[in-house]
Design a protein around this ligand. Structure first.
Ligand SMILES: [Zn+2]
Length: 229
């Protein structure tokens, strides 16, 4: 098990779009963006070339539609988070309950699948997301949507963790955010060292999660309870 924890230095230059965050993916936005259908057509052609180079019979009835199927899956599903227009609609509500009851953190466990940007194969596992509300709460179902949005890109687990934390900080106008992700990387399972048991853990602790020992422990206790349950 590899463990990476960072008390992040937040870069100075704030670009406060929740779909971009201060830890942006290496994405180039062309001046004239391609439509989804144009992307699917181009990727279909290029993927057919790859299959042909590998020696596959691209006219075999089982393979014939694979290039288009892959292109559509890339654009519409597993890499749909590259398009900022697919960022989920977010609803907020006032956090009266938390004020009245002096409750501390909101904690959510989310299953996720993303794709390693070095090999384009899946990494999958769980994200543990927590924040301490100030003025507003985010709908609980929105946190899994945010995790999914950033997961649907070629990713680095470290960046994915930082993006989810920063997105919540931006949306809620808070600094007290914690995200821990544990994932199995199929580039490690299926190739390279072929180690099926290895998991990578990445953690971002900000604000009080970083400075207050009791709050940090509450977060890790919640994770351990989830793992056992
Ligand atoms: Zn990889």
């Amino acid at each position: 098990m590899t463990k990476k924890s960072s008390n992040q230095k937040i870069p100075k230059k704030p670009s406060l779009s929740p779909a971009m965050t201060r830890f942006p993916s290496p994405i180039i936005q062309p001046s004239v963006p391609l439509s989804d259908e144009e992307k699917i057509e181009i990727i279909t052609d290029r993927f057919r070339d790859i299959m042909e180079v590998l020696g596959l019979d691209i006219h075999h009835q089982s393979l014939e539609r694979t290039p288009e199927r892959i292109a559509r899956m890339y654009v519409k599903e597993i890499f749909s988070g590259l398009n900022p227009q697919n960022f989920p609609k977010i609803s907020f509500f006032d956090e009266e309950f938390h004020h009245e009851h002096k409750a501390s953190m909101v904690f959510v466990k989310v299953g996720f699948t993303s794709f390693c940007e070095h090999h384009f194969v899946p990494m999958s596992g769980h994200a543990y997301v927590a924040y301490i509300p100030k003025d507003k709460l985010i709908g609980l179902s929105k946190i899994p949507r945010i995790v999914r949005f950033f997961s649907k890109r070629p990713q680095l687990q470290e960046r994915l963790t930082a993006q989810i934390a920063d997105c919540l900080a931006i949306l809620l106008g808070i600094e007290d955010v914690a995200v821990s992700m544990i994932a199995q990387h199929y580039c490690v399972v299926a190739r390279g060292i072929e180690d099926e048991s290895s998991h990578a853990v990445t953690t971002v602790l900000r604000g009080q999660f970083n400075t207050d020992t009791a709050i940090r422990e509450e977060f890790f206790d919640a994770i351990n309870r989830q793992k056992q349950g």
